[in-house]
Design a protein around this ligand. Structure first.
Ligand code: ZN
Length: 305
């Protein structure tokens, strides 16, 4: 089994920065910034055209391969003061989560400017891409909440599962990020498209042509959190949830495992066997994934390293 993501205790690079598009687990309320003892080091400045961005006739150059891509993703930890946030921050630092995510983005995407991924106390379990700041926020409360979910569910390794779920949640936010920074057309509801992006980015074959099994587990574990949240409401979906920009949790769960099953059926066969992914839906998941993959290859291809 490939081991792309390591849940290891490694010292993390630290810097600090400032902050709103809601995401994550159903709660789409406005982002409440907690303590903002934040010092900005990253500069979310708008990209400025360089000479290579402009053709001889002065018109913008639309060919990404001709542009400069000087940006990189940087890591920021903001203060944590509540017990929940302190627990989440500790987990992020102990597992070296954010530097691993930033490294993966820096290996994968051409970035026009530096983009911080920030661990932050948000006052809610959520994660955000903030277009105005060109910044990603992973809330300490979200990883702490996922730890609770996996511990309550008696997972053999709840920390690994919580780490996986955070990786997949990060790639959902990355979906919002690429739509924004590359001005990509989103053919569908953006939240669904961001879920598609997370599966696509995680399950792109490695250099050896194989799909990283840790990343399959990331999709599976993130899907489990959606199932757990749905179960908390006994599977009932309120009118507010039906009206939300996100699909209902149960739908998001089935979507994600369907697309992952379409990409690589073997490791997820048990989900079909036990009915979590209904056979009727499973039969079309290969086609769904191929369509999704084609769309993202087309849109994102010019921006992949
Ligand atoms: Zn979202």
């Amino acid at each position: 089994m490939a081991e792309k993501w390591r849940v290891a205790a490694v010292g993390a690079a630290v810097a600090l920065a400032v902050l709103t598009a809601g995401c994550g687990h159903g709660d789409n309320s406005a982002h409440q910034s907690g303590s903002s003892a934040a010092v900005s080091t990253a500069e979310p400045a708008a990209p400025t055209p360089t000479e290579t961005d402009v053709n001889d006739n002065g018109t913008p150059d639309s060919d990404p391969s001709d542009r400069d891509w000087p940006g990189k993703m940087t890591v920021v930890y903001e203060d944590a003061t509540t017990p929940e946030a302190i627990r989440g921050r500790k987990f992020m630092e102990e597992t070296n989560l954010l530097p691993q995510l930033a490294d993966d983005i820096n290996d994968t995407l051409k970035l026009p400017y530096d983009i911080p991924v920030k661990g932050e106390q948000c006052g809610e379990a959520n994660d955000f891409w903030t277009p105005a700041d060109k910044a990603m926020t992973m809330c300490y409360e979200d990883v702490a909440g996922n730890l609770d979910i996996f511990q309550t569910a008696d997972f053999k390794d709840p920390r690994l599962a919580a780490f996986h779920a955070a990786v997949a949640a990060f790639y959902h936010e990355t979906g919002h990020m690429v739509i924004d920074i590359y001005d990509l057309p989103a053919l569908g509801r953006e939240e669904d498209v961001a879920d598609q992006a997370s599966v696509y980015l995680l399950l792109r074959p490695e250099d050896d042509g194989k799909i990283d099994q840790d990343s399959v587990d990331a999709v599976r574990d993130e899907a489990f959190t959606f199932a757990a949240l749905s179960d908390m409401n006994n599977g009932e979906v309120s009118p507010d949830e039906l009206a939300d920009v996100h699909s209902p949790n149960r739908t998001r769960m089935v979507n994600m495992v369907c697309w992952a099953y379409g990409a690589d059926p073997d490791p997820l066969e048990d989900l079909v066997a036990n009915g979590i992914l209904p056979e009727q839906r499973a039969a079309g998941c290969d086609d769904e994934y191929q369509q999704l993959e084609h769309a993202w290859n087309t849109l994102l291809g010019p921006y992949l390293k």
